[in-house]
Write a protein that binds this ligand. Sequence first.
Ligand SMILES: [Zn+2]
Length: 194
Amino acid sequence: MGNYFKWIAGIIAAYFLLDDNKAAIPTKPPTSVPPTSTTFQPVYFAPPLEPMRMRNDTLGAGHFGARRRKVVNGVEVRYEHRGLDLKSMYKYQSVKSPITGYIKRYAHPYESDLKWEGCLIIGEGIYTGYTVKMFYMMPNMIGVPVRAGQNIGQMQNISEKHGRAMDNHLHIEIRKNGFLLDPAIFLLQGEPIA
Ligand SMILES: [Zn+2]
């Protein structure tokens, strides 16, 4: 029995070690506690997709902390969603930068399937300290400055990979000084999300 638990723990540890943001990821998403509660003032982020509609399909809900499961080496691993998923409304929909800063690099959600792309944006000005990572979109520029609300690429169709049961969507992760936060804090300050 002890070996069984060690084995499971090893798989979970491997999952986090494979992730390039492992240092910034708390064991549980900090859904209510910002990194510096005395000084933390969330700023408004531009909507990356318009209109903003939360993903909600039979394979998962789009909100931060939603339950997820995947199979690793034949073993089911449960984890919590580390971003927010916005439903794409049509094919090749334009994606906008939520913040002003620069697009540092591509980001790939699946190491073994590089067809699926995304990008990492480093904030500047009022967005200094923030980073935004988006998946399932094709950036049309890398290493250049961007402004909040500027078109930076087009949606891919991730439901092609996982099946039609999944809403085609954009995955967004937001960090402040390396801490993962609920994107709803920043994206939903205007109109409520549907
Ligand atoms: Zn997601």
